[in-house]
Design a protein around this ligand. Structure first.
Ligand SMILES: Nc1nc2c(c(=O)[nH]1)N[C@H]1C(S)=C(S)[C@@H](COP(=O)(O)O)O[C@H]1N2
Ligand SMILES: [Mo]
Length: 247
């Protein structure tokens, strides 16, 4: 990323803890109008014109996509699904949508145009790996479920926990969710995502730090606000990490 852009994003992210997000979005008049508008939320408009994360040639793909985070989901159904080619697994979309739905892997592959991106994953711990992700645009899946105008965030509920039963979760605002490189990925480097990297479906959001890219996603929930019962918007955010986490 070019230096001035990086600095601008740093300055921006310093402002945007989740409690202050609304303030910074007030500066973005078209986006603000969209959120206020009683008409349908247009994800294509929201996604258009956002800066893109750099994409890399295949020769730059890391030999191993390093694993980080919690152990694999421990539920018996997760083991059963993984032993049966993910038969039984469904990704659910719920909350502030006109049409709540669920998708198995075949539906994610067939219903939505296949998108690919080779991007760098930056962990806050200070390491990076480059991987090629294949999946559906999050925006396309959301559009299929028709978020209501009150839906301002997407919460990603995951299947893995920290060992004490607290499940991993993350969230994006509608603008991040509409970003053209924000994928619900089902392949890494042209193969089904390995268990260690979040099979069968993970979020890949290459414009934000690694912890935003939720692995083992089971359910997307559209909500009006973060905070309160919804937590600070993520497992790590609840422990003091920044919500925006732009790179
Ligand atoms: N469900 C879930 N998603 C997660 C994590 C996790 O522990 N559980 N760790 C996050 C962090 S800190 C990073 S760096 C990346 C690691 O992804 P990887 O294991 O594919 O490298 O996943 C992110 N998403
Ligand atoms: Mo990370």
């Amino acid at each position: 990323m070019r230096r001035p852009q990086f600095l601008a994003m740093l300055a921006g992210s310093a402002l945007t803890g989740c409690s202050r997000l609304a303030t910074s979005l007030d500066d973005n008049a078209p986006f603000h109008r969209l959120l206020q508008s009683p008409e349908k939320l247009d994800l294509a408009i929201l996604g258009a014109g956002q800066p893109l994360a750099r994409e890399y040639p295949d020769r730059d793909i890391s030999a191993d996509f390093r694993q980080n985070g919690f152990d694999l989901p421990s539920s018996p159904e997760y083991s059963r699904w993984s032993a049966n080619g993910w038969r039984g697994y469904r990704l659910f979309v719920s909350g502030l949508v006109e049409s709540p739905k669920s998708y198995d892997l075949a539906a994610l592959r067939q219903k939505f145009r296949t998108r690919r991106q080779t991007t760098r994953h930056d962990c806050v711990e200070g390491w990076s790996v480059i991987g090629k992700w294949t999946g559906a645009r999050l925006a396309d899946v959301l559009a299929d479920c028709r978020p209501t105008p009150q839906a301002h965030y997407v919460v990603f509920h995951c299947l893995d926990d920290d060992g004490s039963g607290t499940l991993y979760y993350e969230s994006l605002d509608m603008r991040q969710a509409a970003h053209p490189q924000t994928l619900l990925a089902y392949e890494l480097n042209d193969r089904p995502i390995p268990l260690k990297n979040g099979a069968p479906v993970r979020l890949k959001v290459p414009t934000q730090l690694g912890y935003k890219s939720a692995k083992y996603v089971a359910r997307l929930e559209l909500v009006a606000d973060l905070g309160g019962a919804n937590g600070m918007g993520g497992y790590w955010e609840d422990r003091g990490y920044e919500w925006f986490a732009g790179i």
